[in-house]
Design a protein around this ligand. Structure first.
Ligand code: PRP
Length: 180
């Protein structure tokens, strides 16, 4: 385990098993259709590549970069589009892939914005959900794991851009982000 981790929250094996289950549910949902699967950079990239490889459905891949966070741990409620989709999603089924939902602000604004482009459907799949932190109504259609309000890193999730390549989800030691 990484020395900055207090403990491992989700092991590689737990994540792999759950990702397979959710991929099977998505295959059922999109049977006979070809969704545009959208990776929300950067945090969801690891989950995204594992999820799409576990899915059997044909799909198109696209990427967006949005931001509602500074470098700290609190959400501001603002949404900044740093990179937009390449695809025209009008009439398409869109699957948004996120790593974590916290306040819900990012996806609340993102979903509203994408819906204005008149897609056939927009669904959200998230690796992690912290429902206790919600500030706006935002319910993902698919959640791999609901977690407590702890500072999690790894499997795509960062603290100040570190730890994204850890293969598991861990809880960051408080002393790291409190700078002690
Ligand atoms: C994280 C995460 C979501 C958002 C969730 O992204 O990937 O997009 O924050 O928070 P919210 O529910 O409070 O809006 P972040 O801005 O940290 O960027 P990153 O994915 O590049 O790390």
């Amino acid at each position: 385990m990484h020395p900055d981790c207090e403990r491992i929250l989700l092991t590689e094996e737990q994540i792999k098993t759950r990702v397979r289950e959710v991929a099977a549910q998505l295959d059922k949902l999109y049977e006979g259709r070809k969704p545009v699967v959208v990776c929300i950079l950067k945090g969801s990239v690891v989950f995204f590549v594992d999820l799409i490889r576990a899915m059997q459905s044909p799909c198109e891949l696209d990427f967006m970069a949005v931001s509602s966070y500074g470098s700290g741990t609190r959400s501001t409620g603002e949404l900044l589009i740093k990179k937009d989709l390449a695809a025209n999603i009008e009439g398409r089924d869109v699957l948004i892939v996120e790593d974590i939902i916290d306040s819900g602000n990012t996806l609340y604004h993102l979903k509203k914005m994408l819906n204005r482009r008149r897609p056939a459907s927009v669904n959200i799949v998230t690796l992690l959900d912290k429902p206790s932190r919600r500030q706006v109504p935002m319910e993902p259609e698919y959640t791999c794991f609901e977690i407590e309000d702890e500072f999690v890193i790894g499997y795509g999730l960062d603290y100040a851009e570190d730890y994204r390549n850890l293969p598991y989800v861990g809880v960051l030691k408080r002393s790291i982000y409190e700078g002690k």
